[in-house]
Design a protein around this ligand. Sequence first.
Ligand SMILES: C[S@@+](CC[C@H](N)C(=O)[O-])C[C@H]1O[C@@H](n2cnc3c(N)ncnc32)[C@H](O)[C@@H]1O
Length: 475
Amino acid sequence: MNYEYFSLTTPEFNLLRKFLYLNSGLELTEKRKYQLELVVGKRLEVLRLASVEEYLHYLMVNVKRVEEQQLLIDSLTITETYFFRNKSHFDLLQHHILPQIAQNSPEKKLKIWSAGCSSGEEPYSIAMIIHELSVFFYGWKIEILGTDVNQTRLHQAKAGVYTERAIKMTSSYYLRKYFKLKDDLYHLNDNIKAMVDFRKFNLIHEPYPLQEMKDYNIIFCRNVTIYFKKSSTERVIHNFYKSLKDDGCLLIGHSESLHNINDEFRLSEKDGVYYYLKSPAPQNTDERGLYTDQVTPLPVTLTATDTKSLLEKGLGLSARGEYEEALFCFNEAIKAEPYLVEPYLCRGQLYADRRVYSEALSSYEQALKLAPLNAEVHFLMGLVYWEKEDFAQAADFFKKAKYLDAGFCLPYYYLGLWYEKEVRYNRAYQAFAAALKIIEKVPKQIKTTSLADFKIETIKQTCLNKMEQLERLSD
Ligand SMILES: C[S@@+](CC[C@H](N)C(=O)[O-])C[C@H]1O[C@@H](n2cnc3c(N)ncnc32)[C@H](O)[C@@H]1O
């Protein structure tokens, strides 16, 4: 028999389909009959069986039935994937979701589940991003779990060896840092492999061991439920809801939606990227009815004119060197509106100008409590440590600032200076180059302080000079 020409009658197709659904939860639509015919035809040939009836018997009673059922599942699942697939999700993860978790989880635990992970590219991309953010997650308990129903793909995931096809969207930075190329294959570094656990898990069929599958901060389930019946997708999504922490986040594929599937989640958007949140709806929606980000943006718009004029007065007094009076104004502003970030920044800046570093830090820390994801506050904290000559601590804050706002040039500039001090000339060159690129594209001014000269032209020229010197050093 030539299995390529094997065909199933409608009752045979329905029988096999039912068997697969009941035993593995796998759902085959009419459109995939051709795929089942190819697989079953080939198995009949290999096992030397004469009919579908015999094959069904084999699947049910043969001592090798479990292996055969798995083989069928592995042959019928669609497992297309690659590293950093739908890159905008990973940008969202790196620049928004993870920094937010890092600032708001005193228990220092991070749990992420990649459901339907295929050969591991998705959970490993997540692991690389977390590795990049290690400055946020130092001392944290981090669990990344990848699950799939396809055993063959899970074996490949554990091996961590990939072909060119899997890395087609991976930047050269990640390739150089996290892979070794051997015999045309990309071997993922052991430290990233060790960050991910893999487990066989059928999203549809198995009752969830909820004791284990709970308290997730983030669940990725992308391009998986597109192959499910609507009723199964509804159950799976509701189970995700139960598995997530209260403020947990669910990412589904770009072509998928929870519309008419589940209304327990709320749709959120950040920089054009959509994701779902478990937490109850806040009051603020935008004109499209989407929930907008809750992070306080800076500069804070002052609502009370009194406070605004107090701050303006304080800044004027400070510029004239009348520090006591300026401090009085800032403190009054804080008393009037303790939830505004700007008065704390003004007071911090005043203390920093006077080199009263402990008070400056304490004021900025209060600002950070109000706006934990604000890049400028992190940067200003870094600057105080820089002035105190605690360069490593300063660099930590600059790194956080750069992750929180990739379009902010000053953290890159200072990181360049730090790497240069550390004699890490390549890194220094890259940091100055990144600062320059931002300045040329989107120059972003922040308030100047007397601690350093932030005239963009000066920074641009310094970056150019430093890059030239560093280039000569590496010749
Ligand atoms: C197209 S891949 C998507 C991989 C990855 N999430 C991505 O977006 O790149 C779909 C994966 O879902 C898995 N899958 C299909 N049905 C499943 C089920 N019932 N339970 C668990 N995994 C399933 C398949 O084995 C396959 O590896």
